[in-house]
Design a protein around this ligand. Structure first.
Ligand SMILES: [Fe+2]
Length: 178
């Protein structure tokens, strides 16, 4: 079961998400859908409804987690699964860190949403380099935090290569294409 765009928007509204997190999510959905449509043209099997719902809902519980300090990928997944949105929950669970064992020859909805989130800083499309410079400036307060961000950055560059090798477009052309 996958909620429609309208259902996602009303769920976001009911969850009291901060305005800037809603704007960010709308932009992530735009990037993720564009990448998905292009990947489908290249023969990849992608569930567009799943990508759209998971992109819109990936930060559903982030607003409350700013106070509780909970992991919003985990709590977001939990809330969605409780509502019966099993696959959307799976994708949301992996929007910060991807689970092990991605298939090297095909791109998953998890990888697309994870990657799209890393290309949107607030509500602007930026390069991975810009996004990580901002994350390091905001969250890299000590060596442990910096190491964490470095590992995350390494993982996502691998995903970028995998996606754009198939698309045959320059990752930095995304800003102009959307
Ligand atoms: Fe998030």
């Amino acid at each position: 079961m996958i909620p429609s765009r309208e259902e996602c928007l009303s769920l976001m509204n009911r969850h009291g998400m901060l305005e800037n997190i809603v704007s960010h999510s709308l932009e992530v959905a735009k990037v993720a859908l564009f990448i998905s449509v292009e990947l489908k043209k290249k023969g990849q099997k992608i569930d567009l409804g799943l990508v759209e719902a998971a992109s819109l809902l990936h930060d559903l519980t982030k607003t409350e987690c700013l106070k509780t300090k909970d992991d919003h990928a985990r709590t977001g997944c939990q809330v969605l699964k409780e509502m019966g949105y099993e696959r959307v929950g799976d994708v949301v669970a992996q929007h910060i860190w991807l689970g092990e064992g991605g298939d090297p020859s095909c791109i998953s909805e998890e990888e697309i949403v994870n990657y799209a989130d890393k290309r949107v800083m607030h509500d602007q499309i930026v390069s991975l380099g810009e996004r990580f410079n901002d994350l390091k400036a905001r969250y890299g307060m000590n060596q442990k935090a910096m190491d964490y961000l470095e590992r995350l950055q390494k993982e996502i560059y691998g995903i970028e290569n995998k996606i754009f090798l198939i698309l045959q477009i320059d990752p930095n052309a995304l800003q102009q294409l959307l």
